[in-house]
Design a protein. Sequence first.
Length: 162
Amino acid sequence: MISFIFLLSYVLFVILMSVHVSWWLFPVWLILGYAVGFIFAFLTLYLHLPIMKRLPYTSRYKFYWTRSTAVFINRIVLRLKIEFVGREHIPKDGLLTVYANHKSYADPFIILEFMNRPTNFTPKMGVANLFFRESGSIPEAFPLIVRVRGIPRAPWSRASKP
């Protein structure tokens, strides 16, 4: 859906500006249309924050918008082409825990794109603060469960293993 909003606003901007302003500036409208498409896509996401904030984590509507956002970020922003193997082995219901390698900050978007069920994430406090420092509503709106470690863990060593 977000990709459709991006492409629709991009194409409409380029066509309307070429017809009503000047078709001589068509290359300029192509470049500016990309920025306008991003503005409309992120404006749509921002306007959905109050709705997303009130929905439970298992809501299909929330799943649809977060997956749509992941597809938009993977394919249009990051230009990632990912081939998924073994999607049929992911259970459609019941409990499921997925551990990602976290080779980059794009891992949650990649996981959201191939999961066929509502998914939540528990980022470290450092990662959550990196992205959501000033905006308190975004972690509540999207599938993030920020975890805080209150009790420090003892260091693990091979000597303590039985």
